[in-house]
Design a protein around this ligand. Sequence first.
Ligand code: KIV
Length: 253
Amino acid sequence: MRTVSSIRAMKGKEKISVLTCYDYSFASLMDGKVDILLIGDSLGNVVLGYDRTRHVTMADMLRHTAAVSRGASHTLIAADLPYGSYETAKEALKNSHALLKAGAHAVKPEHKPEIAAFLVKEGVPVMGHIGLLPQTATKYGVQGKDEAAAKQLVKDAKALERAGVFSLVLESIPSSLAREITHGVSVPTIGIGAGPDCDGQVLVSYDMLGLFTKFKPKFVRRYAQLDREIVRAVEQYTQDVKKGAFPTKEYSF
Ligand code: KIV
C-alpha cells in the first residue's frame, strides 16, 4: 500500500507514476499499477463536458472520490480541492476533511502555500500544484518562460516545500526550470508538461488512453486509442441489434 511517507521516500530512488481517475471501474483496473490515483478536477473537462475545471463542485468531487476509493485499495488516492472550496483556511479544512472522509488520502489545492501550510498543520496531507493553474488561469500554455516568472515559480515551490506538502505537481513549465525546482526541493516533483527530469509524472488518463480526443497537448503520449475501439464496438452492437444477430439463444433465458 502506497502512503504519503512512502511516496516522499521515493524521491531520488524511484520515479512516481500518477494518473487521474474518476470512477470505480477505472480505479479497479488501475489499482496497484500506479503509485497515485488523482481525482483531478479535469473531471470537469473529460467526464462532465465543461470547458473549464472551475465549474466542478465539491459535490462532484465527493461523489467521484468515493467511487474511486471503492475500487482502489493499494494505490494512494489524492483528490483536487475544486475551485472556490479553499478560499479561507476554515473552508479548506472543512472541505479537505470531507474529501478524506470520502476516501482520499491527500488533497491538492492549486498553489496557495498559506492554505497548504494550515492544512498540513491540521494533519491533512497536501500535494502542491504550481505552474499552469487551470482553475484560475487566464492564459493557458507554458508558464515561467521569462526570468522573472521562472524566479517566482522557484519561490512558489520553496514556499510549498516549507508548507509541508508531500509532493509537488509542476504543470506546463520548461524542462530546465522543472529540473532546477526538482533539484532545489526535498519533496518529489510530479511533472505534467514539465519534461523528463521531475521525480514523477502525471497524465490525465482519458488523454493517455485516447478517450478524450478533442485536442492533444504536446506533452501527452497516447498509450491506447480506446476511442476507436469504443466506436467500433458500439457500431457493431447497433448493426447486430438491427439485423437480429443479438441477442441470440446463447444470451437468453
Ligand atoms: O485535474 C487534473 O487532472 C490535474 C492534473 C493535470 C495535475 O490537476
